[in-house]
Design a protein around this ligand. Structure first.
Ligand SMILES: *Cc1c(COP(=O)(O)O)cnc(C)c1O
Length: 243
């Protein structure tokens, strides 16, 4: 067993346990929160190990890097039927490669991107699952839809036949205190419940990462995206250029 293998297995098990503990102590149903391992910057060797430990879905941020991995696994291990989530910033000139390969896109924040993904989704593939990324208050980044545009965006996305709107996603600013951490997460839960009560058929609220996983579970997340706590620290190297 390589060093990578050993560490990976232990860290993954630790995250799985921590998540199920958090679900339990929040009084939520076991299995109600999906764990999405985030493998960005890690190579095919790490993914080969990850699938040995039972991981079957992965979050990726960089189109080119992700395409290489997806194409490799479709060719070498089609039997695994991995599920790929695009969770990075999506520029409109890169939507085609994403529409042709991914199962989910979590970062749709404007109609133009949704339309392009819809038009570029190949015939015969299942509809692409999409989440609307929301720009939550206090966040410094510019990405994400404004909460007041959500209903309009959701309405328009539901009309696109090759997309399936599944819910909302957010990347809240990380703060140190628990109280500060939980506020934007609860805000997201409210927005999610609001859309559901208006009749939108959505089931996924994607929030919570290595640093705020437990708070996200308390606030009602249905999917946590965990990178560092599973794969270890990332070495971006050349990656900065692709951003
Ligand atoms: C990188 C990334 C993650 C994982 O973050 P960690 O802190 O390493 O767990 C989750 N979500 C998004 C959108 C990311 O870009």
């Amino acid at each position: 067993m390589t060093k990578l293998t050993e560490g990976l297995s232990q860290r993954y098990q630790a995250v799985v346990s921590k998540l199920s503990e958090a679900v339990k102590s929040a009084g939520r149903r076991p299995g109600s929160v999906e764990l999405l391992p985030v493998s960005k910057t890690f190579g095919i060797d790490a993914l080969e190990e990850a699938v040995k430990f039972g991981m079957r879905s992965f979050g990726e941020n960089y189109v080119q890097e992700a395409c290489t991995k997806i194409d490799y696994f479709k060719k070498e291990h089609p039997e695994l039927q991995l599920t790929w989530h695009f969770i990075g910033k999506l520029q409109s000139n890169k939507t085609k490669a994403v529409a042709e390969r991914f199962d989910w896109v979590q970062t749709v924040d404007r109609l133009k991107i949704a339309q392009r993904l819809n038009d570029q989704r190949p015939e015969g593939m299942a509809p692409l699952n999409v989440l609307i990324e929301v720009h939550i208050s206090g966040e410094e980044t510019k990405s994400g839809a404004d909460p007041q545009d959500l209903e309009m965006l959701a309405t328009e996305i539901e009309k696109l036949p090759n997309l399936r709107l599944r819910g909302l996603m957010a990347i809240p600013e990380l703060s140190l205190s628990k109280e500060e951490k939980i506020k934007p997460l609860l805000e997201m839960k409210n927005l999610f419940d609001g859309l559901r009560s208006k009749g939108f058929d959505i089931d996924t609220l994607s929030m919570g990462m290595s640093q705020d996983m437990v708070e996200a579970v308390e606030a009602g997340t249905t999917m946590v995206r965990v990178g560092t706590a599973i794969f270890g620290h990332r070495d971006y190297g050349e990656k900065d250029r692709e951003k």
